[in-house]
Write a protein that binds this ligand. Structure first.
Ligand SMILES: [Zn+2]
Length: 350
């Protein structure tokens, strides 16, 4: 995310909060509940170049959020219970589901002890290639290439181009450029090719990130044994499903469920689309998820839940706890539904 975009989002949140507008909008937009998205939960690191920082929050912030949710008398519930309430129309109490994507080891080390202490159910969505140690965490590989080199060259549209990235400011700029470049490519294969090319030129071992960062199957089994935990599917290779063929998309969703079932003994009934925005999951993916029989599937489109979402169980919105905005007052605004209602132009079901 660019600095400018961050500033706009932050300013927008501040404006809503301090103007009190969100209080006014609350009865119209607050919905029946919300699903929260987390990725990493770990102590802050001192590095000045942390382009993926928006994907992490501190253990302390998570604890503050859980305490806040309890104080608000919101029900913290599992995805199964959310599915029951949505389909039965049981909206007597507002609820929140906590979900954590990707299965990083810090989920077990930092998030789990906090959530267990508060008896808060949560879901972890696993791309099975990560515990299988074959996954490509390409956004971390991109970060490593830029962090470790003062200058890099790569092939863009068949032309060799060079970029200076000796200073932290240059590194931030270049990461933004590279990130938007690979995200703008039409297919997942093209994205992987650019990243693999960079990794081989600059000797970054892309497979090593799995071992270093992600839970293995034994660690996942520890989590899965706790009734508070729901293990969900997140494809095999963490691909943007809308950028692969229909056949590949179906197999990514179906296979991940079979691999998790074979490894952990329970068949996942809930799915999270990798990346999860409009460029990675759309009508075709929602239809496939429904045909495969998932009970719910979540996107990263921002929003809270309304009764009408019972008709859209394969395209549920979520509220991201973003590492760049670790202030409780932001969470208050986000949960009020006001910020996302403004972003969505007040369309309730996107
Ligand atoms: Zn993910």
């Amino acid at each position: 995310m660019s600095g400018l975009k961050k500033t706009i989002i932050r300013t927008g949140l501040e404006t809503l909060y301090f103007s009190g507008a969100y209080q006014m909008l609350r009865p119209f937009v607050s919905g029946v509940g919300a699903i929260l998205t987390l990725h990493h939960v770990r102590p802050p690191r001192p590095d000045r170049f942390q382009p993926n920082r928006l994907l992490e929050v501190t253990p302390r912030f998570l604890e503050d959020v859980v305490r806040y949710l309890r104080r608000c008398r919101l029900d913290l519930i599992s995805l199964d219970e959310m599915h029951r309430r949505l389909t039965a129309g049981d909206f007597r109490r507002r609820f929140v589901c906590i979900t954590i994507d990707d299965g990083y080891r810090d989920t077990l080390q930092w998030a789990y002890p906090i959530l267990r202490r508060h008896q808060a159910p949560f879901a972890v969505y696993i791309p099975t290639s990560f515990p299988d140690r074959l996954g490509e965490l390409w956004w971390l590989a991109l970060e490593a290439v830029v962090a470790r080199n003062p200058r890099i060259s790569l092939l863009v549209n068949g032309r060799e181009q060079s970029f200076d990235c000796a200073t932290v400011a240059d590194k931030r700029d270049l990461f933004e450029q590279l990130y938007s470049l690979v995200r703008s490519l039409a297919t997942e294969d093209e994205l992987r090719e650019v990243v693999r090319d960079l990794c081989s030129r600059y000797r970054v071992d892309i497979a090593a990130f799995c071992d270093e960062m992600c839970m293995n199957w034994n660690e996942l089994a520890k989590l899965a044994a706790d009734p508070l935990v729901t293990i969900g599917a997140h494809t095999v290779n963490h691909v943007m499903l809308a950028k692969v063929s229909e056949r590949a998309a179906r197999s990514e969703m179906d296979m991940s469920r079979s691999v998790i079932e074979a490894s952990l003994g329970a068949r996942p009934e809930h799915l999270s689309y990798p990346v999860g925005d409009k460029t990675s999951a759309g009508a075709r993916e929602f239809k496939i998820a429904a045909e495969l029989g998932f009970k719910t599937a979540v996107t990263t489109r921002p929003g809270v839940l309304f009764p009408a979402h019972r008709q859209h169980l394969m395209a549920l919105p979520r509220i991201s706890l973003n590492g760049e905005h670790q202030q409780l007052r932001y969470v208050r605004v986000l949960l009020s539904g006001a910020a996302t209602a403004v972003w969505n132009g007040f369309r309730r079901v996107g």
